[in-house]
Design a protein around this ligand. Structure first.
Ligand code: ATR
Length: 285
């Protein structure tokens, strides 16, 4: 963050809680590297004040907002328009000021797309296992279908959520987590979208059986606290490549900043934000 003066533009994050968010690190690093007169702040908002918060933000001239748990869907009715991808995912994480209100986008799927691209992981024709059927899994599934995955086994603790998400998409096979042994032999890309393994339960993985991990050539855990999760350890132990979700977080932020400011950000600048993000996480580990 540079000097704050009368021309400083304000961006921010709406959510509850917001105390542990890393979004200010991403956005303020980008603003500094790009030498833009912008500041990004966290705003903790109560649910009954959400509509007023958005109207107030607009009147205060706030240029853009990210939205996090628990408001990604609830916020949609207060917007002047919603992008097609966000509409399909059913959740919005980025509000861009346009005309008389905010327009909603979802950069989570884009964040994962950019992460996979940067690691050289291909979705086209891929055989994929998605673990979890919550909000994050929804964005992941949308991307995988759009990018042309061949088959997606969608495993969840509760069957109804997996079935609901798979409805009408014939390449998506909903299953219970404990049915993993019925996934056909082969090598899969696996994306871990549950909250299992998240700090402080660092010694847990959603499936712990080595025979499951032997089917995985690449595992991406959306968890990044801790940076090296039990899921990642199990993937590597069984010969696969493993990644955490830090780059997805980074790139969803980068994509949001690009929408807020209507710019394209270079990989050099993104690299600085990434290093700041990693050192912030290391401080808390
Ligand atoms: P997010 O926005 O991070 O996706 P969410 O929508 O609450 O959060 O989804 C959390 C996911 O983690 C869900 O798939 C949830 O399973 P259910 O749909 O059955 O609730 C999964 N999850 C959370 N705790 C779990 C646990 N202990 N074992 C297995 N799955 C779990």
């Amino acid at each position: 963050m540079g000097k704050i003066d009368g021309k400083t533009k304000v961006l921010g994050l709406l959510g509850n809680p917001v105390a542990h968010t890393l979004s200010p690190v991403i956005h303020n690093s980008l603003a500094k590297e790009l030498d833009q007169n912008v500041v990004y702040l966290p705003f903790q908002v109560e649910e009954d004040g959400l509509e007023e918060a958005i109207r107030g933000a607009f009147q205060l001239g706030i240029e853009g907002l990210n939205v996090t748990v628990p408001y990604k869907t609830k916020v949609m009715k207060y917007l002047m328009g919603i992008d097609e991808t966000a509409q399909k995912i059913g959740a919005v994480n980025t509000l861009v000021r346009k005309g008389k209100g905010y327009y909603g986008y979802n950069t989570d799927a884009m964040g994962l797309k950019r992460q996979l691209l940067s690691e050289g992981i291909l979705c086209k024709d891929a055989q994929v296992i998605v673990l979890g059927a919550g909000g994050a899994a929804k964005a992941v599934l949308h991307l995988l279908v759009k990018e042309g995955a061949r088959t997606i086994y969608l495993l969840n603790r509760s069957m109804h959520k997996a079935q609901e998400m798979a409805e009408g998409i014939d390449i998506v096979k909903p299953m219970l987590l404990e049915e993993y042994q019925y996934i056909p032999e082969g090598k899969y890309l696996a994306i871990q979208c549950t909250s299992v393994g998240l700090h402080p339960d660092v010694d847990q993985a959603v499936i712990e059986d080595d025979s499951f991990y032997q089917k995985i050539h690449t595992g991406v855990d959306l968890v990044y606290r801790p940076q090296y999760t039990k899921f990642m350890r199990l993937v590597e132990k069984n010969g696969g490549k493993a990644y955490n979700g830090l780059k997805m977080l980074l790139y969803q932020g980068v994509s949001a900043y690009e929408l807020f400011r209507n710019i394209t950000i270079s990989e050099d600048v993104i690299g600085v934000a990434r290093r700041n993000l990693e050192s912030e996480l290391e401080k808390n580990e």
